[in-house]
Design a binder for this molecule. Sequence first.
Ligand SMILES: [Zn+2]
Length: 248
Amino acid sequence: MLREVRMLRAGSCLIDQSELVTGTPEGTMVRVPIWMYLLRGDDAIFLVDSGMPPECIGNERYFAGEEGGDHILPQMQAEDAVEEVLAHQGLAVADLDGLISTHWHFDHAGGNRNFRGRPVLVHPDEVAAYRAEAELPVWIDLSLDFRPVRDGDRPMPGVTLLHSPGHTPGHLSLLLEPDGSGPLLLTIDAAYTQRNWTEDLPGAMLDPVVGMRSVERLKEVARSAGAKVFFGHDAGQAQEPLWQQFAR
Ligand SMILES: [Zn+2]
């Protein structure tokens, strides 16, 4: 049984709104939260995603000089690094059964290197996409102990992984069925915000056509499960009373 879901805040990022919602004008930076999620069951504990890389600590110009780099300004403190976020929960990497790595963007996989020698659950399409790259970002380590997962896999009771490609090739969303509360759908970056979801407006996606097909499918999953939907980077949503019970 899935006993507990904790949404762990791991810093924030200033992002140009044109990246959040395709078609909106450039030039306005908005602050969005970055999350990790702790899933605690009877016999297993998993972390979902690992936040930003330590290279971003105190360095909002980390991406300066890269194409589009001025559209993303990481806001990271030392306390936002994955080992510190876990320590705040009284946990270390070794206490976890593994990491569920939804996709390998800097704000989701930045701490993956801390999971050397531990199981890292990831969709094989994500690994394949990066294996094809000549030059890898510093936070990508292809020598980790990857455990390939497929759509519909259940790494522990109450946790179903959903392959939702488009944002990235191997992107994963999660359907959670915690004991004592209704089902929750974590879209992760298939939908950054409520607006992407409600108005069918894609955020930054590698393949928007595939991505919007994934959103349609996630909506169907949410409908048939009766799940509440939590978005990947919605600044307002975490303040809503419904989600406060999960926030730590
Ligand atoms: Zn992303």
